[in-house]
Design a binder for this molecule. Structure first.
Ligand SMILES: Cc1cc2nc3c(=O)[nH]c(=O)nc-3n(C[C@H](O)[C@H](O)[C@H](O)COP(=O)(O)O)c2cc1C
Length: 368
């Protein structure tokens, strides 16, 4: 056993004490196969199996019915959902773990199938050119309906209500999904946000939605328990091919996060080869080198890390914690495997999104 590895050192994240620096990344697994989008006993078993992570970030969970854009994902907007999540958080705590809820709204990255045929709500009526995973397969996204200002305000209130629900359900904190192709990114991205009101146009206006969400959530939950997942790591498809503005936009947004005493920033590395231009320097560890100087709080590094690269990024002080996604799917005891330098099991990708225990709760623990 080698416990001197940086990944296995404890970490103090504001008032939350983590036993190690191995974070479980948020992972949608589509096991809430019930009409009310409730987490089940299977969720409790799955998360409790992974309680040796320094911190678990839950799969993305819906802040409202309007937020839905992926099949069989649980919500945090009804009393019943809160009660069922309490069983999950109790199981994780009983196993000695910590769990934050990731709050999710897919915006235009959704489909009318989730809304009786009505188009999803988004900043502007721009089809993002993605595929939406419905219960009958991946379907091309459609032109969404632009939110009115009242609907924007209601959506911000939905984030706050879901954050309050998360704490009532026993989560140790929340994380806002502010990256990838989803609603908060759709406001920031000038190709999906054509608004001419205070939420569109200038960078400050495009970023306003995120900061109003943070402030509304901060009115009901201690911001030291609120993290943000973000980064210029757009998927490089549809309207999300990074434009020349992406670097400056993220410097501004991630820099402004310093104005709040947040729990953490889960910073995503690039998921695709950056197009020629200003984002090239963000390849590999470049994104962490760049934004470590800009964001002063706790940084959780993510995307494509193995044990060695995780230890190295911590030793080089480019991040404080490392989030593992796919490795945690197939290695429920990932920190123990790192401690003993045991081989890792490979995840079964065809079972990522359901339907049952196979490929979810049946990955074995390390022998002995
Ligand atoms: C099956 C699967 C589901 C995912 N679901 C989410 C999610 O709900 N929310 C989120 O922010 N990221 C999600 N991600 C992205 C992961 O959190 C993570 O950023 C990504 O897998 C890169 O980390 P890794 O290379 O360690 O797997 C998902 C990834 C996978 C493979």
């Amino acid at each position: 056993m080698n416990l001197t590895q940086p990944l296995l050192q404890p970490y103090q994240m504001r008032d939350v004490s983590l036993a190690n620096r191995v974070v479980m990344a948020p992972l949608t697994r589509s096991r809430a196969r019930n009409r009310d989008l409730l987490p089940t006993d299977l969720h409790a078993e799955y998360y409790a199996q992974r309680a040796s992570a320094g911190l678990i970030i839950s799969e993305g969970v819906w802040i409202s019915q309007d937020a839905v854009g992926w099949h069989d994902v649980p919500g945090l907007f009804t009393d019943d959902q809160v009660a069922h999540w309490k069983l999950v958080t109790d199981a994780v705590h009983a196993a000695g773990g910590l769990i934050f809820a990731q709050l999710w709204h897919t915006g235009s990255a959704s489909h009318g199938d989730f809304f009786d045929g009505r188009p999803p709500l988004a900043p502007s009526a721009v089809n993002p050119g993605l595929l939406a995973p419905t219960s009958t397969g991946r379907k091309p996204t459609v032109e969404p309906r632009a939110m009115s200002q009242d609907e924007v305000r209601k959506t911000i209130a939905d984030y706050a209500a879901a954050a309050r629900n998360a704490m009532a359900a026993g989560f140790d904190g929340v994380q806002l999904q502010a990256g990838f192709n989803y609603l908060i990114s759709q406001f920031l991205n000038p190709r999906t946000n054509l608004r001419t009101d205070r939420y569109g146009g200038t960078l400050e206006n495009r970023a306003r939605f995120l900061f109003e969400v943070i402030e509304a959530v901060g009115d009901v939950v201690d911001l030291r328990r609120v993290g943000v997942k973000a980064g210029p790591a757009w998927s490089e498809t549809g309207e999300f091919v990074s434009g020349p503005e992406a670097l400056a936009d993220h410097e501004y947004v991630l820099g402004r996060l310093n104005d709040y005493e947040l729990s953490h920033l889960l910073l995503m590395g690039m998921m695709a080869e950056p197009a020629q231009g200003s984002l090239e320097k963000l390849a590999d560890d470049g994104v962490f080198q760049h934004f470590r100087k800009i964001y002063q709080g706790t940084i959780i590094a993510n995307v494509g890390f193995d044990q060695q690269r995780g230890n190295t990024i911590l030793a080089n002080d480019l991040a404080d914690l490392v989030a593992y996604g796919q490795p945690f799917i197939s290695n429920p005891d990932l920190p123990a495997r790192f401690a003993s330098h045991a081989p890792l099991a490979d995840p079964k990708a065809h079972l990522f999104y359901g339907p049952d225990a196979a490929g979810y709760t049946d990955y074995p623990l390390l022998e002995g």
